[in-house]
Design a protein around this ligand. Structure first.
Ligand SMILES: Cc1cc2nc3c(=O)[nH]c(=O)nc-3n(C[C@H](O)[C@H](O)[C@H](O)COP(=O)(O)OP(=O)(O)OC[C@H]3O[C@@H](n4cnc5c(N)ncnc54)[C@H](O)[C@@H]3O)c2cc1C
Length: 436
């Protein structure tokens, strides 16, 4: 009797899940586990911000609840543990007497440390980790270049992959989950309060009022493409700032793996076959390419994305750190109304538009002349859709330490506000929130 554990990480879904598929191929009995990881939920980053704030934690809790419900509806269950994955999974592996732990392979340093420690622990009892894929549109082995030679410039990367490399078909969902828990306790899903957060009041005009989880993610995908056909006008609306529908809002679902990028891609293709494609339908795919690009850059350059000089390397720059300026930036009290509105929105909802992110980042780096790493760490804390590669990759870009072919990507805040918020609707909306 071969037993396996599926350790869910940022792949909180049943559809197109390679780890589940691989476990079921190898094992007669399978245990499904999620660990609320202390490293990300209980520790602080180098500048003192918590690694995970309340908005993302709420989204994760909802996603795990949904995953458990979906597994239960298939006659299985999700075992929950809180602590260090390297210890919790190891304890379960010993108790369950499994042969393997199947999980998504992560590539960034903290995540790698956890999986490496777990792997070493498992070796001590003759068990192994088996890694699966599924975070990107493209499998690296399908790309027309090895990772070490992947283009540093996005346009070159896009041109090399988009016409040539097929996006693999999603893996069909399992019919039999071969679940057998033996006498293993299922465990309770923690609450926001367990991590010292209060409940979050809902805001009627939030740009992200949606719930976490695969069910909500697939609903949003269906809505954005088929029900509303908003995808047809995505290119025209994607730079707007107010409301839920100016952009897809897929990012939190992608970050926790509630939605698979391959599933989104093939749904766009189906949509294009049915209704015909246009610049907007293409552009949604184009943005997913950015996501893949930053992931490849993180694989290629590894820890460089977190370093002061980023991908550029070389002599370490001396960055200023003025605590008053940094506090004003994080709290939305700089006096620059467009920046402040965006930061207030971020703090209140965990979401900020792409336009907003570019502007507040530029302001921190070029106007306030503060260390960009603080901005990246604050985003890590606050963003509901924080994704290590997309966040640090974009910050490298904005701070001028990445691989942007354009030098000095400085945003003029006044011009940007006039262009994207000509009637002050956005600024007024979040100023109102401040006064509540
Ligand atoms: C400083 C900065 C930090 C960022 N941090 C993150 C982050 O932590 N997590 C994150 O998912 N995105 C991040 N982004 C990228 C982008 O702002 C968000 O993906 C987007 O705003 C999410 O909204 P949406 O899903 O409605 O996007 P849409 O406009 O609908 O785009 C569809 C999808 O394409 C991908 N995408 C779009 N733009 C980018 C981009 N610039 N880089 C990478 N992927 C992109 C996302 O997966 C997104 O869900 C950051 C951008 C900046 C400028």
């Amino acid at each position: 009797m071969n037993r396996a554990i599926v350790w869910f990480r940022q792949d909180l879904r049943l559809s197109d899940n390679e780890a589940i598929h691989d476990a079921l191929k190898h094992a007669d009995e399978v245990l499904y586990v999620y660990v609320f990881e202390d490293l990300f939920l209980k520790s602080n980053g180098p500048h003192g911000f918590r690694r995970t704030g309340k908005h993302r934690l709420k989204f994760i809790i909802e996603s795990v609840e949904d995953l458990r419900l979906n597994l239960r509806s298939k006659g299985a269950d999700l075992i929950i543990r809180c602590g260090k994955a390297q210890d919790e999974i190891f304890k379960l592996a010993k108790q369950y007497k499994s042969s393997w732990v199947f999980c998504n392979r992560e590539r960034t340093s903290d995540e790698v440390k956890i999986q490496d420690k777990l792997e070493q622990n498992l070796w001590s009892v003759g068990q192994e980790i088996k890694y699966s894929r599924g975070k990107m549109l493209y499998y690296t082995q399908d790309l027309p270049f090895p990772i070490t030679h992947s283009p540093d410039i996005f346009t070159n990367y896009r041109k090399e992959v988009e016409k040539i490399t097929p996006v693999r078909k999603p893996i069909p969902e399992a019919e039999n989950y071969k679940y057998a828990a033996k006498d293993i306790e299922s465990g309770e899903i923690p609450t926001l309060e367990d991590y010292g957060f209060e409940q979050i009041p809902s805001i009627s005009y939030s740009a992200f009022p949606l719930k976490g989880g695969e069910t909500a993610g697939l609903d949003r995908l269906r809505y954005y493409l088929w029900d509303s056909r908003l995808i047809d006008t995505y290119l025209d609306t994607r730079n707007e700032l107010v409301g839920v529908d100016y952009s897809s809002k897929f990012s939190p679902y992608l970050a926790q793996g509630c939605l698979s990028p391959k599933v989104i891609y093939h749904e766009i293709m189906k949509y294009e076959q049915f209704y015909g494609g246009n610049k907007s339908t293409y552009w949604l795919y184009f943005e997913l390419l950015w996501r893949d690009f930053f992931r490849l850059i993180a694989k290629k350059y590894q820890n460089a994305i977190f370093q002061p000089n980023g991908l550029k390397g070389g002599r370490i720059k001396e960055f200023k750190e003025d605590q008053k300026k940094i506090k004003d930036w994080t709290q939305g009290t700089t006096g620059q109304s467009f920046v402040d509105a965006n930061m207030i929105e971020l703090n209140a909802t965990g979401f900020m538009s792409n336009r907003g992110r570019q502007n507040v980042a530029s302001y921190l780096v070029h106007d306030l002349k503060q260390n960009w790493q603080i901005g990246a760490e604050y985003f890590e804390y606050m963003l509901i859709d924080y994704d290590v590669c997309s966040n640090w990759g974009n910050w490298n870009y904005l701070a001028g330490v990445g691989n942007d072919p354009r030098e000095n990507r400085v945003f003029n805040l006044e011009t940007q506000a006039r262009r994207y918020d000509p009637e002050n609707k956005y600024v007024d909306l979040w100023r109102k929130f401040e006064k509540v």
